[in-house]
Design a protein around this ligand. Structure first.
Ligand code: ATP
Ligand code: MG
Length: 450
């Protein structure tokens, strides 16, 4: 097995070797190189202690940064590019299912590889030693298997996040979890409650934007969803007896994920677009289920869920708006009705909302699917025309501003906002009214009196 290491990595390894230390590329970069994928970063593992790494490179005038000295990591800067060089280490006991109680440095590469999560992540490589593959990582890569290094129960007990990582790597690589690895998860999933929301968020997003977001089904089947996203478990358990659907809310959700591009906001939106359904479900006299009000409730729930998972405010706002708007269907498809919808939904939802709506339809049953897609195409065409005409859709496009109103004698205060909104309301009805002269004349004629 030959791997083409970047020149700078070869240099790093050679310099450490020359000073009498072992050094290898390790982990994700070895895995990705074998798979023919471009590694995100190149990590080096070495028998040199952190201060020895510093000395080796200081002697050559190369800058190093103490990134995580306690964990043995020094970043070596080679022509403005940083490489993490970490001393071989043994992780002490994991009292809390999260962090080792201590880390100890070792001179034995095998000890370092043993502490890593999966066989495919536990290979090391150097040009002189070739591939070091003590745990069958290469065979697992070839067969598409995610397998813990050692006993899965022990490994998941040490660090509960590894359970999410197992599914995440399966989703990124299109692999399956080995039976024992998968089998260890249901009993230990409750330990995920002790993992920080930030670390869970990272794994969840990587899974969602992967080529196999349908692995969310494994998150449910293994019991992890009950802990990290109980709302998703409820969706998986909510049937929808309705001609528009052919599966549970959760199955529909899973299908819809793959119908949007691998973008964080779009995938989170699909994940949560129907999260309000379980609480809105009403069965009519004929046994048909209805979910009135689910977009509104869903948007509120999405906000709470994403805050709990510590997402940033911008992501939360965008997902909430898309969830709220996902079922808005202006009718008839006049420019006027579409302008109203854009105003109601928020301009920022557009044009992403069309991607969301299409995915939603494609993940529904074939009942009226053709008609639904035709409606959507027409909706989009009307929207495109409105944008091409540069029509006014919000206060910032209005021909009159607050200071125009002050200039003609209104006093600053809430009245200004009310008048502007009334003007916008008229302009949404009839865009030809959007000139300063017309709107101010209408004001003077008493159209906007309070
Ligand atoms: P990517 O960077 O694409 O997410 P990666 O394999 O590089 O994948 P990182 O999280 O960057 O993953 O970790 C680098 C390496 O450190 C892994 O390949 C693995 O060997 C080890 N590792 C990371 N997290 C853990 C963990 N929680 N338990 C055990 N080993 C881990
Ligand atoms: Mg990495």
């Amino acid at each position: 097995m030959n791997i083409k290491l970047p020149e700078k990595v070869t240099y790093l390894i050679n310099e450490l070797n020359r000073a009498g230390f072992e050094a290898y590329a390790v982990g994700g970069c070895v895995r990705d190189s074998i798979l023919g994928r471009e590694p995100e970063d190149w990590d080096v593992t070495t028998s040199a202690k952190p201060e020895e790494v510093r000395e080796v490179f200081a002697a050559r005038g190369i800058h190093t940064i103490d990134t995580g000295i306690a964990h043995g990591t020094v970043t070596v800067m080679i022509r403005h590019e940083g490489f993490e060089v970490t001393t071989y280490r043994i992780d002490g006991d994991y009292g809390d299912a999260r962090h080792p109680d201590f880390v100890r440095f070792t001179a034995d590469l095998m000890e370092d590889l043993k502490r890593r999560d999966f066989t495919i992540n536990a290979m090391a490589y150097s040009e002189t030693a070739g591939l070091v593959d003590e745990f069958g990582g290469l065979a697992d890569l070839e067969q598409g298997i995610i397998r813990c290094v050692g006993n899965p129960v022990d490994r998941f007990n040490e660090d509960a996040l590894r359970m999410m990582r197992a599914v995440r790597f399966a989703a990124q690589l299109g692999f399956e979890m080995d039976e024992d690895t998968r089998g260890a998860i249901p009993g230990l999933a409750p330990n995920l409650a002790r993992i920080s929301a930030e670390r869970i968020q990272t794994e969840l997003v990587k899974l969602l934007v992967s080529p196999h977001p349908d692995k969310m089904r494994d998150v449910y089947d293994t019991g992890m969803a009950y802990i990290i996203l109980p709302e998703f478990s409820r969706m998986m358990e909510t049937a929808q007896n309705n001609p528009n659907h052919h599966g549970t809310v959760g199955e529909h959700t899973i299908c819809s994920l793959a119908e949007v591009p691998p973008d964080k906001v779009l995938r989170l939106t699909m994940l949560l677009h129907d999260v309000g359904k379980p609480d809105c479900k009403k069965t009519d006299g004929k046994g048909i289920d209805h979910f009135h009000g689910h977009p509104q409730l869903g948007a509120e729930m999405a906000g709470r869920i994403l805050r709990r998972l510590k997402f940033d405010n911008d992501t939360i706002a965008r997902v909430k708006a898309l969830v709220k708007a996902h079922d808005d269907r202006p009718y008839p498809l006049s420019e006027r009705a579409v302008r109203r919808a854009i105003y109601r939904d928020g301009e920022d939802c557009y044009p992403d909302i069309f991607t969301v709506k299409r995915a939603d339809i494609l993940a529904q049953s074939s009942y009226l699917q053709h008609e639904k897609l035709e409606y959507l195409d027409e909706f989009r065409a009307v929207y495109d025309q409105i944008i091409a005409d540069d029509q006014c859709l919000s206060l910032k496009d209005l021909a009159v501003t607050g200071s125009d109103l002050i200039d003609i004698g209104l006093s600053p205060g809430p009245t200004i906002g009310r008048v502007l909104r009334s003007m916008l309301d008229d302009v949404l009805e009839d865009p030809s009214l959007n000139t300063k002269e017309t709107l101010l004349n209408r004001y003077r004629q008493g159209n906007y009196s309070q």
